[in-house]
Design a protein around this ligand. Structure first.
Ligand SMILES: NC(=O)c1ccc[n+]([C@@H]2O[C@H](COP(=O)([O-])OP(=O)(O)OC[C@H]3O[C@@H](n4cnc5c(N)ncnc54)[C@H](O)[C@@H]3O)[C@@H](O)[C@H]2O)c1
Ligand SMILES: O=c1ccn([C@@H]2O[C@H](COP(=O)(O)OP(=O)(O)O[C@H]3O[C@H](CO)[C@@H](O)[C@H](O)[C@H]3O)[C@@H](O)[C@H]2O)c(=O)[nH]1
Length: 328
């Protein structure tokens, strides 16, 4: 079996990618420091190394012991809101950590990589469906840290021969349709799992950050992409980079092409859970872009990828099934 190094593979998206890799005959080798992931989120068939992407010795050992043919690089800090308070942590883990990883890749002659970038690189953008031609203008250090890593990968492709794809995901949501994996962050900051906590009575209600955006109901709009569709996009991206004969760098949006406002999501969460909860309106969260909805045409063109789950109700239902399975 071909080994694939999956940094951050014990996290929300990484654990779903591991399931898909195994289904496609690859063997994931997960490197994760478990700051935000869980050992038991990694499928038992996968190899697991507890360690940090900033630790060069651990990385070199992995390349020598497992000889991965490619890297899927997810490890990093993920909260846009938090990055407005502690930007240094985001540059340290996301940028410095990536540089240590890329140096180890070079030294060990593994030059194919799929990188977790983000819609947050776009920032505020007037296009209804954001395509990759849009100039990037991140509004927070998290988005800027990802934009910097994209630039590094472009340089490493031109200078060191890397074959790299940056996938700019929009908002990951949902859970494995068979509830084998799902979102388990502590503390939770994402909209949908927070709404479940409110519905389950774990918290006293929901806060809505900003009601004065220029949108249909004044709240922010996001494109919620099913995590299993995201995982599938990584298999397509992996095949793309490993089949390239020449050095290459590109970036591709991964989204559904439809958006939902914060209030629409909360309404659906109340319907699906069958429980209502209090909603408190707050001022805007610093660094939040108003609207992020993908054009997914480049993913279709280059990877022949399109989202299978297009119904937000179904996406939220999968997440709720996983949430309920955890509370039993
Ligand atoms: N969740 C989203 O909506 C979303 C959207 C766009 C991009 N992304 C990106 O996708 C990737 C995965 O996101 P996620 O939602 O699964 O987050 P997550 O926090 O669940 O997973 C990240 C994993 O990386 C690990 N990690 C963090 N720092 C590390 C380090 N220094 N060394 C080793 N491991 C480390 C964590 O323990 C965690 O398991 C991230 O790079 C994120 O920026 C996420
Ligand atoms: O309690 C809450 C939590 C969130 N929101 C709003 O809900 C929207 C979505 O927020 P959240 O779920 O925190 O996700 P984002 O900040 O959009 O960021 C996610 O989606 C990005 C891609 O768009 C990824 O890069 C990030 O890693 C991932 O955390 C935003 O408008 C938030 O202001 C609330 O109103 N109340």
């Amino acid at each position: 079996m071909k080994n694939i190094l999956v940094t951050g593979g014990a996290g929300y998206i990484g654990s779903h990618i591991c399931l898909r890799l195994l289904e496609h005959g690859y063997c994931p080798v997960v490197l994760d420091n478990l700051t935000n992931g869980h050992r038991d989120s990694v499928p038992i068939e996968a190899s697991f190394v507890r360690g940090d992407i900033r630790d060069r010795a651990t990385l070199d050992h992995i390349f020598i012991d497992y000889k991965p043919i490619a890297v899927i690089h997810l490890a990093g800090l993920i909260e846009a809101g938090l990055s407005m308070r502690t930007p240094e942590d985001f540059y340290n883990v996301n940028v410095t950590g990536s540089q240590v990883l890329f140096a180890s890749m070079r030294a060990n002659e593994c030059c194919s990589i799929v990188f977790s970038s983000t819609a947050a690189v776009y920032g505020n953008c007037s296009q209804q469906l954001i395509d990759e031609e849009q100039q990037i203008r991140p509004t927070n250090p998290y988005g800027r840290s990802k934009a910097i890593v994209e630039t590094i990968l472009q340089d490493y492709s031109e200078i060191y021969g890397f074959k790299a794809l940056a996938l700019r995901y929009f908002n990951a949501a949902g859970a494995d349709p068979n509830a084998r994996a799902g979102e388990r962050h502590t503390p939770e900051t994402h909209l949908i799992p927070l709404a479940f906590q409110a519905a389950a009575g774990i918290t006293s209600g929901m806060q809505v950050f900003g009601t004065d955006y220029n949108t249909l109901d004044g709240t922010c709009i996001r494109d919620y992409i099913h995590v299993d569709d995201l995982a599938k996009a990584h298999i397509d991206a992996l095949n793309f980079v490993t089949n390239q004969h020449q050095p290459n760098f590109d970036y591709i949006n991964i989204g559904t092409e439809s958006g939902a406002s914060v209030l629409q999501v909360l309404e659906l969460c109340q319907q699906i859970t069958g429980k209502s909860f209090e909603i408190n309106y707050q001022k805007r969260r610093d660094g939040d872009p108003e609207r992020l909805v993908a054009s997914a045409q480049k993913a279709k063109r280059l990877l022949n990828w399109t989202a299978r789950f297009r119904n937000l109700e179904e996406i939220i239902s999968h997440a709720w099934s996983f949430f309920e399975s955890q509370s039993k």
